[in-house]
Design a protein around this ligand. Structure first.
Ligand code: NAP
Length: 293
């Protein structure tokens, strides 16, 4: 690798099944950029020394994943407005002047993955979000930015949703919107009538528990047929929830585009140039092959 090559990587613990090295190798190939993207498995106690070591080695950028997305913020010189509002960083840029800046491209990834016929209807839509963890924060941010009419978080313990509703208030003030935000109990949802979209941010249905679904089929049957169903899971590419919804005629989406587009947004921050949208089918194909292998 020559001295000009882009040095990139990901920090997380553990990192066994990460698709990011494959994704970024493909993005660099398409962009015609020479570089490397390595997985740096890093336990929490080594986070600070690892970031310093990598900075000294001339790294240009890092992705940051579980469990470091919040704790890494204290190690950075600047955090973007979006990442500050989200309270989490998933991308670090190591600038030439020595400053380290933090960003959150999960929000951009989810936002860019939504088709126009969905985003244009959000100001009149009631959206049901299952779960209120880290990825639900990115979903919330995007939905508020897009002026969604109403968001209901369905969670197994409503008392644990206080943090996300507080974050919603902050975001509403920031974007100057009036989105209504409610919390409901996931185990006792009576019906899905009236919702224009259902977004699963829980890991229920993820490999290897692929026959599990966060909502029973009889409940999916109560969702208006025009409502979309978006599962953030990408392993498997079609979850039980998506199968149940597709049979009933709902438009369904998996988490692959969000994953790809958060990576594309991170690469754009590191490389400083846009990746053409025409690259998306190739990136999808490459990751689909990796997931099906
Ligand atoms: P997280 O921060 O741990 O949040 C998970 C949420 O799901 C929490 O609200 C948790 O509730 C809830 N939950 C967990 N198990 C549940 C169960 N059995 N029944 C009901 N609720 C349950 O995880 P995350 O980072 O948000 O990730 C969640 C999923 O999204 C994973 O499958 C991940 O692969 C996927 N994801 C995809 C992308 C993408 O780019 N496509 C990006 C990020 C995440 P409690 O608080 O009660 O535990």
């Amino acid at each position: 690798m020559n001295a000009e090559a882009l040095k990139l990587g990901i920090l997380g613990w553990p990192l066994k099944h990460t698709l990011s090295p494959r994704l970024h190798a493909e993005i660099m190939r398409i962009a015609g950029v020479e570089g490397e993207y390595k997985a740096y498995e890093t336990p929490p106690e080594d986070l600070s020394s690892r970031v310093s070591e990598l900075a000294a080695s001339g790294i240009r950028g890092l992705n940051v994943t579980i469990p470091h997305k919040v704790s890494v913020m204290t190690l950075l010189d600047t955090v973007s407005q979006e990442a500050t509002l989200a309270g989490a960083v998933n991308t670090i840029v190591f600038n030439e002047d020595g400053r380290h800046t933090g960003h959150n491209t999960d929000i951009t990834g989810f936002l860019r993955s939504l088709p126009e016929n969905i985003t244009s209807r959000l100001p009149e839509s009631r959206i049901l979000v299952l779960g209120a963890g880290g990825s639900a924060r990115a979903v919330l941010h995007a939905l508020i930015q897009l002026n969604t009419r109403e968001i209901t978080f369905a969670v197994r313990r409503p008392d644990k949703a206080i943090a996300i509703t507080a974050n919603a208030e902050l975001l509403k003030r920031h974007y100057g919107v009036k989105t209504m935000v409610n919390v409901a109990s996931l185990p006792s949802l009576p019906s899905l009538e009236g919702f224009g979209g259902l977004i699963n941010t829980t890991p229920v249905g993820m490999w290897p528990e692929i026959t599990a679904s966060p909502v029973e089929r009889r409940l999916v049957e109560t969702l208006p047929t025009s409502a979309f169903v978006y599962d953030l899971i990408y392993r498997p590419l079609e979850t039980q929830l998506m199968t149940d919804a597709a049979v009933l005629g709902h438009p369904v989406f998996n988490g692959l585009d969000m994953l790809i587009l958060q990576g594309v947004a991170a690469f754009e921050l590191w490389h400083g140039q846009a990746v053409p949208t025409s690259a998306l089918p190739q990136l999808r194909q490459s990751l689909t092959q990796a997931l099906e292998a």
